[in-house]
Ligand binder design. Structure first.
Ligand code: GFB
Length: 327
């Protein structure tokens, strides 16, 4: 668990102690971080596997939730992926995400869930949003084309929470995390996000004795990163301290170029070769640094700096995924 994790204190409006809490999507990187964080909350955690309940199927979700009767629900469950996966599989990204969120949110209302936290992503904002991006920038301009399918589904999720709050008085809230990384990430080079991809490329290039490694795009886009344990801490903080219609940004408040990120990753991995740019691959949105004043005003701070976070995740990768490097 992150050192930032702490049990909720002052101004708490929803106490998780003794509650039945469902983390939908607990096997993913974010879901498993929420599980680790919830240990400090003294609640009863319930989980479901795909065999118990396929979240894209309405009947299965209704039947499972009616039996499990969760009082609080976290919704990190989603089809997620990096820039290329979003671009290549638009139907998967829009359909699966719409189904998952609509099924869970509608059923949460039907079975009387007390509190629900839905997770979106910083890609919901317009491609040319002001930086840092305030929550109010939502729906003020065109989206980044490589991920508009995912973004539209996630915007629909925010609107579902708002609609059920307005019409039925449900205490459903939404959080929009920035680009997350951490243990349990996807290291597949085609479908992953940038940090696991760079880590794997640097590791394999070092192992093979290559003179260079290739990154996608120009290296100039800027991204903000947050360790998933910091994100999980923020999400539990929101669950226990926030109840309103507006979504809340979750980020570190700092960004860097992809080229500088690459230098930080190769430094952690110990790859000494050249960094080559493949400009046939997309850059995506030029910058998406989120304004996190709203969350910080509620008493949350990130605790894991990027360098420490990368070092920890590389160790996890070495322990759990990588082929060792023969010395
Ligand atoms: O992490 P990433 O795939 O997602 O890419 P996005 C971030 C930046 O890193 C892009 C560059 O400019 C990529 O071109 N990059 C450089 C690489 N080398 C690599 C590499 O080897 N692999 C990958 N994946 N990128 C996604 C969205 O956007 O982020 C989703 O598509 C979602 O909707 C998610 O919001 C958090 O930040 O561009």
């Amino acid at each position: 668990m992150s050192e930032s994790a702490s049990t909720s204190s002052g101004n708490e409006i929803y106490n998780l102690k003794g509650k039945r809490v469902w983390v939908a999507g607990h096997r993913g990187m974010v879901g498993s971080a929420i599980l680790r964080r919830l240990v400090a909350e003294d609640c009863e955690i319930v989980t479901s596997t795909r065999e118990d309940c396929d979240l894209t199927r309405q009947q299965e979700v209704e039947s499972w939730m009616s039996k499990a009767r969760p009082q609080a629900v976290f919704v990190p469950a989603a089809r997620v992926g990096g820039i290329l996966a979003n671009d290549r599989y638009p139907a998967h990204f829009i359909y699966d995400n719409l189904m998952i969120e609509a099924n869970i949110i509608n059923t949460a209302h039907k079975v009387g869930v007390e509190k629900l936290l839905f997770l979106g992503s910083s890609c919901i904002y317009p491609k040319m949003a002001p930086q840092p991006i305030p929550e109010q920038a939502l729906l003020t301009g065109p989206l980044e084309p490589t991920n508009e399918w995912y973004a539209i589904a996630k915007i629909a999720g925010i609107k579902l929470c708002q609609a059920y709050r307005r019409q039925y008085g449900c205490d459903f809230i939404s959080a929009m995390p920035t680009n997350l990384y951490g243990p349990g990430d996807n290291f597949d080079l085609e479908t992953s996000h940038v940090i696991p991809a760079l880590m794997r490329k640097a590791h394999e290039s070092k192992k093979n004795g290559d003179e260079e490694m290739t990154i996608w795009g120009s290296g100039s886009p800027r991204r903000e990163f947050l360790h998933v344990d910091d994100a999980a801490n923020a999400l539990v903080h929101l669950m226990t301290h926030y109840s309103d219609e507006g979504h809340v940004n979750v980020g570190s408040g700092e960004d860097l170029t992809i080229y500088d990120l690459t230098k930080a990753v190769v430094d952690v991995v110990g790859f000494k070769g050249e960094i080559v740019k493949d400009t046939s691959k997309p850059d995506g949105t030029p910058r998406k640094l989120m304004q996190v004043d709203k969350l910080k005003a509620m008493g949350w701070q990130p605790a894991i700096g990027l360098k420490d976070g990368l070092t920890q995740v590389y160790q996890w990768y070495l322990d759990m995924v990588a082929e060792p490097i023969a010395e």
